[in-house]
Structure formats: C-alpha cells, structure tokens
Design a protein around this ligand. Structure first.
Ligand code: ADP
Ligand code: MG
Length: 317
C-alpha cells in the first residue's frame, strides 16, 4: 500500500549543475548555471509535480572555508556547520530568485521558499572517528600540516597526491524540518531544502540540538527528505545522462532500467564508486525500500527525454 500523496517529488541538483568542474564559480557563472538547471525544474513543475529541491554545495563551502581561514586573524573563525548554513542561505537565495523569475516568465503562479535545514546525525557514526570526506583546498604536505596544526584539522593525502582536510560524512538519520517542508509542498509551495545535505546536528544529553562539524551526502539526505515528505518520485540530476556499468571503460554499458536488487548487486560489484555514483544508488535503494515509487537519475539536458523513458536510468523495486 502506498500512503504517499500523488505527484510529490524531490529533485536533487548536483553540485556540477551549478558550478561545473574546471570553471571559476564566479557569481555570474553560478547564476547562469542555476538558470540553466531550472529549465529542468520548470519541466517537472509543468508535469504536475509538487517539488522540494535539494542541491550540492562542495565548491561553495570550499570557498567559504577558505575565506574564514584567510581572515582568521581579523574575524572569528567559522565552524564548518556554520559555513554549510551560510551557503544554504546564499545558494537558497540564488535558486529561489532564479526560479521565481522563470516561473513568472512562464506564467506559473507558485511560491518558492528556502528552508534552512538541519539533518540529524549520530555522533558515534564510524565516520566521526575515521573521517573520509575531503573538503576545501588542495595543499602540498607542508602547508597542509601547518594548517592542520593551526586549525586542528585532520588531513589526508588524496589519490592525486595532494593533501586536503578530511571531515566526517556521517549517515543522515532524519531531517529536522521535514514536517514543515511537507506542509509547504502540500500547499503547493516549491521548497528549496537540505542544501549541501543539510546542517549536521546531534542531540546533547538533554535532547537539545547542536551543530556538528561534518558534512552529509546530499543524495542520502535527499532520499530521507523524499521519504519523510511522502514523495513518490525522486529525481537525481547530475552531469551524466544516466547510470552505466563499467563506467568509462571500453565495455561501458548504459542502463535504462534497474531494479533494487540489481542496483545492490552492481554496487557490491564496484560499478558505482563512493563519492560519486555510489551514494546516488544507495540513496535510490533507501528511498525505494521505504516505499518510494521510482528514482530517475539523469542530466539536466536529458530530463525531458528521460521523463518519456527515452533517456536516463529509472530505478524501481
Ligand atoms: P553530483 O555533483 O551531481 O553529485 P557526482 O560527481 O557526485 O555528481 O556524481 C556524478 C558522477 O558520477 C558522474 O560525473 C560520473 O563521472 C560518475 N560516475 C561514476 N560511476 C558512474 C557510473 N557507473 N555511471 C555513471 N556515472 C558514474
Ligand atoms: Mg555528488
């Protein structure tokens, strides 16, 4: 039995959708890419979906961290979770305004609101002891060690040979504001939420919430949000048109459909690496196991075709 209301969806916009790799993420560039990615969102709205929009934040948070480090002598250092919160506001503003402008031009009367969103994590998550998520700039070893001493960072050598700060990426447990987000989407508002995977928070002994220096994967957080607001559909928009087996190899094979069981098997076989396609597939499995209808993974360019089944990868139970 599916108790979800019809046609509510979460759409997750990849970081690359707003700040493509290899391009300076100047504000004009970010606004331009945001407007471009919203063409896909408008298409979903015209198809009748009530939407919550989530988005990545990696380049923006990297820059926010850099600013606070460079000005540490003159202005108070900001913790990572505050940078995540600040960027939710800044990117939320940008997405909200771009969307309001295209809606108006398209003659669609719909409100857009941004929700500053916290995500519950467990401070005993294994990632807290053994962090794996790279954030911020790349350094040579000496520079990285100096910064690690100064700011109390954990650092690690990357596979590319440079050094970066690592922070925990604990599993999201629930979205603190999902009740409000659900009411807003039910009322027909478009909600920008869970930016960058949400602001990680954990409960103190007395139950009060407190920010935690970590980052949560945006796809895993989006899947939880989708479940908690009763979405039937989960759209993951990224910079590839779909999901492939043997990605990037000569025997690469693009998939138009996947079941949950196949997804799990291909994940175990290593087709979907951690940090890129892996969390999207895990997020899809989690959402479908909790009763979601389907997950579509595709690019902004291909969303129209993908909704007709002519592109992208659909995952179903
Ligand atoms: P986003 O910013 O949208 O979260 P990611 O970089 O995290 O994007 O994930 C998308 C990337 O996953 C693609 O650009 C692609 O290079 C990579 N990828 C890894 N494995 C696969 C696969 N099996 N099929 C398709 N893409 C894959
Ligand atoms: Mg990603």
């Amino acid at each position: 039995m599916n108790l979800s209301s019809p046609k509510t969806a979460v759409v997750a916009l990849g970081g690359n959708a707003i700040s493509p790799m290899g391009e300076t993420d100047s504000l004009p560039n970010q606004f331009r890419h945001t407007r471009e990615s919203l063409v896909a969102v408008i298409h979903l709205i015209k198809s009748g979906y009530e939407l919550a929009i989530t988005h990545g934040n990696a380049p923006q948070v990297g820059n926010a961290l850099l600013r606070t480090e460079l000005t540490a002598d003159t202005a108070p250092l900001l913790p990572l979770y505050i940078c995540v919160a600040d960027i939710q506001g800044g990117m939320g503003y940008m997405i909200e305004q771009c969307l309001q402008n295209v809606l108006k031009r398209s003659g669609i009367r719909k409100d857009v609101v941004t929700m500053i969103t916290q995500v519950l994590i467990d401070e005993n998550d294994p990632e807290v002891v053994n962090p794996t998520k790279y954030v911020g700039q790349r350094y040579d070893e000496d520079a990285a060690r100096r910064l690690a001493d100064r700011f109390g960072w954990q650092i690690r050598r990357t596979s590319a040979g440079d050094w970066r700060r690592v922070v925990p990426s604990p599993l999201p447990i629930s979205i603190i504001e999902s009740g409000s987000i659900k009411e807003l989407t039910r009322a027909g508002k478009i909600v920008v939420a869970a930016g960058g995977g949400g602001i990680p928070v954990h409960p103190n002994e007395d139950g009060s919430l407190e920010g935690f220096d970590a980052v949560v994967d945006k796809d895993l957080a989006s899947a939880i949000l989708a479940h908690e607001i009763g979405a039937t559909e989960f759209f993951i928009l990224t910079d590839v048109d779909g999901v492939a087996l043997n990605f990037g190899q000569r025997n690469e094979e693009w998939l138009s459909e996947l079941t949950v069981n196949e997804s799990r098997r291909f994940l175990e076989e290593g087709h979907f690496p951690p940090g890129s396609m892996g969390p999207k597939i895990t997020a899809a499995i989690n959402f479908l196991e909790k009763g979601g209808n389907s997950v579509l993974i595709t690019s902004i360019r291909k969303i129209r075709e993908a909704l007709k089944g002519e592109s992208g990868t659909v995952i179903r139970d």
